[in-house]
Design a protein around this ligand. Structure first.
Ligand code: FAD
Length: 486
């Protein structure tokens, strides 16, 4: 056992853990940050200078553009200038959307475009009297969600986004499909589970603060800066180091034991290793009461992703993000499960994009392209049919890409589990964010960041926090640090 006692030990240097560690180090706490990976960032880690590319394992769209919690933390630790934010639209880059109707007709528009072109690509014709009536409902619907006050939004945690949208319908063309895809796009969760409150809040915030943000030398650079700050302020950062257990005595967290047997003590332990993994594996369910363990076991994770990273010998894509929506490709949670079990045809939205259009991310003339779809979060599912589907669809929308692939990497559910919180249970794992923004576990009903074990806190996507992915994880860090300091 090490005789050094830390004020705080943080298990996991993902977005949530690295942010919490940096903020506490800045407050003068003696901090130890430990991660099993080779650098900070968790599932949003950047792989640096691999054949000239700086890239993330999974596609990334930082949301919101302005006022993100990630940058708020950089400000709080005095590192605003350490990372350069990239706003795609300032580089003249536009995101595209492609909608395919049931006849297989493809229609494209720029994502920011709200006018005639968008209606066209949603297969809506204002000349059609039925569509014209439906368009009035669309206007009424948008007015309602964009002006809804916070108090009203908060009443909508127990109804799903799907139920809420359908209460205004029927809508013309592919509008319903298009608007409900936001649940997958923002929360990696199905529209029958995402609360209407989260869906509306996301719409309002994207409208106000924009969407689309990246960082020079990779998105994960922000989390590396957080971890570097811990070191600069006298803390300890251990990489390639797996924590075997969080040690608890008499209901109080006392420290950690590493895989190699080394032990460290601390007044406070914060876990960014996922709430389920922390409770069930790092501590052990016998240390909690049964009701709490059952609640943790019952939490739904969000969806996982599967797809390709294609390395191209030419800059084929001109847009950082091209989202493809097929009619009939909007699914419930149970339908995703059926798809993963081969009981349902695969038809899904595909995120197709590149970060190589941003400065200092790719070698001259080359491009790294992501093509990915959501899937049921279980590393054991057979993803071959999904990979086949993605390839077939990309052949339709960007056939020239296939003349330029010189290397292919598969983006798997397993990989997400490995880089993040490990496999969580026999039937789940590899989800993209963590505990889903779903009815019964969102808003006030999200798991409390303060554990029933004294001096133990959870941070990251699983523990409160608002926003999309990384922003939610970092928001939770800000909340947890405030809890601890107060
Ligand atoms: C396919 C995919 C697409 C995504 N797209 C986006 C996007 O477009 N926008 C966005 O904002 N977010 C996106 N995300 C989500 C984003 O990656 C997560 O929200 C974020 O990484 C969660 O941060 P976290 O701190 O909660 O956990 P994690 O990132 O999972 O970090 C947990 C850390 O804990 C460490 N750890 C776990 N167990 C141990 C242990 N026993 N010992 C030591 N260390 C341990 C892990 O190594 C890891 O570093 C995506 C994720 C995936 C997988």
């Amino acid at each position: 056992m090490s005789t050094t006692k830390y004020d705080v030990i943080v298990v996991g240097a993902g977005p949530g853990g690295s942010a919490a560690a940096a903020l506490l180090a800045k407050e003068g706490k003696r901090v130890m940050l430990v991660d099993k990976n080779k650098s900070a960032g968790g599932r949003m880690m950047t792989i640096h200078d691999k054949e000239g590319f700086h890239y993330e394992l999974f596609p990334i769209s930082g949301c919101p553009t302005e006022g993100s919690q990630m940058e708020h933390v950089l400000e709080l630790i005095g590192k605003t200038d350490a990372v350069k934010r990239i706003k795609p639209n300032e580089l003249g880059l536009v995101d595209l959307m492609c909608l395919m109707n049931s006849k297989g007709e493809l229609r494209w528009h720029e994502m920011s475009e709200m006018g005639k072109k968008m209606l066209h690509s949603l297969h809506i014709s204002p000349m059609n009297p039925m569509h014209a009536l439906g368009l009035n409902r669309v206007k009424k619907f948008f007015k309602a969600i964009m002006t809804m006050p916070e108090g009203e939004i908060n009443k909508l945690y127990n109804i799903s986004a799907e139920e809420f949208v359908d209460s205004y319908g029927p809508f013309p063309g592919l509008f319903r499909t298009f608007t409900l895809f936001i649940c997958e796009g923002a929360f990696e969760m199905t529209c029958d589970k995402v609360p209407a409150a989260d869906y509306i809040r996301f719409y309002q915030e994207s409208n106000k603060f924009g969407s689309g943000r990246y960082y020079e030398y990779g998105f994960g650079r922000v989390f590396e800066v957080y971890a570097e700050t811990v070191k600069e302020l006298g803390g300890t950062v251990l990489y390639n180091t797996r924590v075997k257990s969080i040690d608890v005595e008499g209901g109080i967290a006392k420290g950690i034991t590493l895989q190699n047997g080394d032990q460290y003590m601390a007044d406070i332990v914060i876990s960014d290793a996922g709430i389920r993994q922390t409770v069930l594996h790092l501590i052990g369910e016998e240390k909690f009461d049964l009701a709490y363990v059952n609640r943790i076991k019952s939490l739904l994770p969000n969806l996982a992703c599967v797809g390709y990273r294609w390395f191209l010998d030419a800059p084929v894509l001109k847009s950082p993000s091209l989202v493809f929506f097929p009619e009939g490709g909007l699914h419930s949670w149970d339908e995703f499960k059926a798809m993963s079990e081969g009981k349902r045809d695969i038809q899904n939205y595909i995120y197709f994009g590149t970060t190589s259009l941003f400065p200092n991310t790719a070698p001259e003339g080359k491009q790294l392209v992501y093509a990915v779809m959501s899937c049921y979060p279980n590393p054991k599912i057979d993803t071959k049919p999904m990979l086949e589907y993605i390839k077939n669809m990309i052949h339709r929308i960007q056939p020239d890409l296939f003349d330029h692939i010189y290397k292919t990497e598969i983006m798997s559910v397993e990989q997400s589990a490995t880089f993040g919180t490990d496999k969580m249970a026999s039937d789940f794992g590899g989800e993209s964010y963590g505990v889903a923004n779903a009815i019964g576990q969102s808003g006030d009903q999200r798991p409390n960041a303060k554990s029933p074990i004294k001096n133990l806190y959870y941070v990251g996507n699983d523990a409160g926090g608002w926003g999309m992915g990384t922003n939610q994880a970092v928001d939770s860090a800000v909340n947890v640090v405030n809890l601890i300091l107060n």
